[in-house]
Write a protein of this length. Structure first.
Length: 486
């Protein structure tokens, strides 16, 4: 046995007979299909990286002779939290932050939920035991988990329980061996390359919707579990040279449909309790830790985009124009703001039982601000690039045509890049900013945590309003109208 999970082990684990569809066809093997194989290998590379950097990336849980990723570490101190964050940032750098549902995301959510095990015990001792045992299984085996925790958008004027039959995943039967679920959940990002899936409800439920009120975990090859992939940007990529991001890091999104899927009781964590569906994320540290991980990843991604901005100006020779330097300085400040907010939520953290957890309001504040920041940064890159991102060769094949190669090398000139280097770089910039893959990422960063009213609502709920309004009251209490009158 190796010291920790490796990429080869992960790839082998995905050959499990899972039911994945794309372009109207059943996928025989996701590890070899042209829509997914490069992304699968990018996921596998994460595990190879941890195997090569054991001290940085892994720790040995008590009672185990095999090391696991630090994403599963429950920090007991500020120092342990920072050590864990550095490991997650190292993983994010392998994809320049473009793998939003890398294995550390749902692992972080489960870490936060495990911290709040007493909340599960108040719901049901049996369900709490199931979660404890599952966390032990998933962490010790370094399981790559994804999740589906929201419902199909459907008819917004109706409650979830009033939607068309079999649309929203619900319990349709149960017996001594477990529950049976039927219906759909979204958005199964990375489901194609994950080992298992957490099914839960992040959106509020109300009395009368108990059939929808459950949480469980399933292997991706569970009988009746169907994965309907969106269009693959990897499959549409011309080459790594032309599409260096989308050809390798398209983790994909998917609708997951449960066609009478049986879930054994030892994989059921919430059972017919609408408020516990909320508490699973918000009374525990589950929601805080999953979104803290998202900000860790985003810190890398924003820095990458700011690096792109600087290189764009170098490629087209505008770096020393005062207005351009001002814009680069502003982008640098925004990248550092993300880093500072991350440091702030760690340093201003607090204890939750035996664990050190991030400052929840600072985390939600970062979410609100970065929802606006990401598209603003993308727009700034567009402005800095101008037509440079448009006037590019059609593909790498143009370099193989002698006459076209001569013209390209004549027209794609730069003061500090060879013509082929300039084209290579600008192709990468376009993939991040303007391609269909890049557009999906802008949409993702704006909405992965919910619409603005959702994230702003979390910020409103966790802010120190008493402290803020207390300052106002202190000022108003320091003088009186009577003191001004004669």
């Amino acid at each position: 046995m190796t010291a920790c999970k490796t990429g080869a082990e992960h790839i082998a684990s995905l050959r499990d007979g899972r039911t994945v569809y794309i372009d109207g066809e059943l996928v025989a093997d996701v590890t070899e299909h042209p829509a997914f194989r490069n992304a699968v290998r990018s996921a596998a590379a994460l595990y190879d990286f941890q195997a090569e950097n054991l001290e940085l990336m892994t720790f040995a849980p008590a009672g185990s002779d095999r090391r696991i990723n630090r994403a599963w570490q429950m920090p007991r101190s500020y120092d342990e939290m920072v050590e864990r964050r550095k490991a997650l940032q190292a993983w994010a750098r392998l994809s320049c932050g473009f793998m939003g549902r890398s294995p550390d995301h749902v692992a972080s959510s489960l870490v936060g939920q495990r911290m709040g095990i007493e909340i599960f015990r108040r719901h049901s001792p049996d369900r709490a035991k199931a979660l404890l045992n599952y966390f032990d299984h998933a962490s010790r085996n370094d399981v790559f988990l994804t999740y589906v925790i929201i419902n199909p958008q459907a008819e917004r004027t109706r409650d979830w329980g009033q939607q068309q039959e079999d649309l929203v995943a619900r319990i349709v039967d149960e017996d001594s061996s477990g529950i049976t679920i039927r219906g759909a959940k979204m958005l199964g990002t990375s489901a194609i390359m994950a080992n298992e899936i957490l099914v839960a409800n992040l959106q509020p439920l109300k009395a009368g919707e108990e059939d929808l009120a459950f949480s469980c975990a399933l292997p991706m090859n569970a009988g009746g579990l169907r994965v309907l992939s969106r269009k693959s940007y990897e499959a549409a990529a011309v080459s790594v040279f032309d599409n260096p991001l989308s050809s390798r890091f398209d983790e994909n999104d998917a609708l997951v449909y449960f066609s009478d899927v049986k879930v054994p009781w030892d994989r059921v964590f919430v059972h017919r309790d609408t408020d516990m569906c909320r508490a699973q994320f918000h009374d525990t540290q589950g929601h805080a830790f999953q979104n803290y991980q998202a900000q860790i990843r985003l810190s890398v991604k924003i820095k990458f985009l700011v690096g792109l901005a600087r290189r764009i100006t170098e490629a087209i020779g505008t770096t020393h124009i005062p207005a351009v330097r001002e814009q680069l300085g502003h982008l640098a400040a925004q990248s550092s703001m993300v880093d500072a907010m991350l440091s702030g939520m760690e340093a201003s953290g607090s204890r939750f039982a035996d664990w050190w957890v991030p400052n929840k309001h600072f985390m939600y504040a970062a979410q609100v601000l970065t929802q606006d920041l990401y598209p603003a940064v993308i727009n700034a890159l567009r402005e800095l690039a101008g037509g440079a991102l448009v006037m590019l060769p059609s593909s790498f094949r143009d370099f193989g045509h002698p006459e076209l190669d001569r013209i390209i090398r004549l027209t794609q000139r730069s003061a500090n890049m060879r013509p082929d280097e300039k084209v290579k770089f600008l192709k990468a910039a376009w993939d991040a900013v303007g391609s269909e893959f890049g557009s999906r990422h802008t949409q993702y960063e704006m909405f992965y945590a919910g619409a603005r009213f959702v994230t702003a609502g979390h910020s409103f709920r966790t802010f120190d309003w008493d402290g803020a309004t207390g300052l106002v009251e202190t000022l108003l209490g320091s003088y009186r109208l009577a003191d001004e009158l004669p």
